[in-house]
Design a protein around this ligand. Structure first.
Ligand code: DX5
Ligand code: ZN
Length: 210
């Protein structure tokens, strides 16, 4: 299981704390981008992130929770992220967004909210590199894991086996040393507060042993 650490609630001084986090055994740095429209909260934009991750040397995993998807793709491509993930619910022309991200040479992630059924996105599964299952309502960190997400992860896992798809399965929201056990069929777990609210190394070690 790979760990993508969300820096949404990272302590101050942010640049230094991100650097510290990157020295540990995490696989990706998860950058949450909220526009105050698709979700109520607004986070840092490209310029602020650029400063915050100045000393970060882990692959970036960008999670766009925004309405104007293409505008943010144009900005965040500058980080050369490993995955650029948009929300299925935010895009009016899903295929066009998928092709847009691909045309820029990036791997495409598509995220679904807790209320969106996996069956709704089946037709896109052959064209994307990653599916991000939201296990909380997108919009803020520190929420409780929604148990029904496990069913969705397992459904995506079975679909991939049965039909030979290649996407990775990522889960985001409310992950800790207990809930990670339920997500064993996911490839990547996004972890925010469980890491940033305690000793980073101890938290990461406890996730890795699960
Ligand atoms: C929520 C974000 C998450 C968040 C996870 O909308 O997408 O990435 O930072 O934080 P925790 O792990 O605290 O739920
Ligand atoms: Zn996220």
């Amino acid at each position: 299981m790979k760990i993508s650490a969300s820096i949404l609630n990272i302590r101050d001084p942010k640049q230094e704390e991100v650097k510290k986090l990157c020295s540990l055994d995490i696989d990706y740095l998860h950058l949450d981008v909220m526009d105050g429209i698709f979700v109520e909260n607004k986070t840092w934009g490209y310029e602020e992130y650029k400063d915050i991750i100045k000393f970060a040397d882990k692959p970036k995993d960008v999670h766009l929770m925004v309405s104007n998807v293409k505008k943010y793709i144009d900005e965040f491509e500058d980080f050369k992220p490993e995955f650029l993930t948009f929300h299925y619910e935010a895009a009016s022309e899903v295929s066009s967004v998928i092709n847009y991200i691909k045309s820029k040479g990036m791997k495409v992630g598509m995220s679904i909210k807790p209320s969106t059924d996996v069956l709704e996105i089946v037709k896109y599964l052959d064209y994307i590199d990653l599916v991000l299952v939201m296990s909380v309502e997108p919009g803020r960190g520190g929420q409780t894991f929604i148990e029904n997400s496990v069913k969705k992860i397992n459904q995506l896992y079975d679909l991939r086996c049965d039909r030979g798809y290649n996407y990775l399965i990522e889960v985001d929201g409310g992950i800790n040393d207990k809930t990670i056990k339920d997500c064993s069929k996911a490839d990547i777990c996004v972890v925010g507060n469980y890491i940033t609210k305690q000793d980073y190394k101890e938290a990461i070690d406890s996730l890795k042993t699960e």
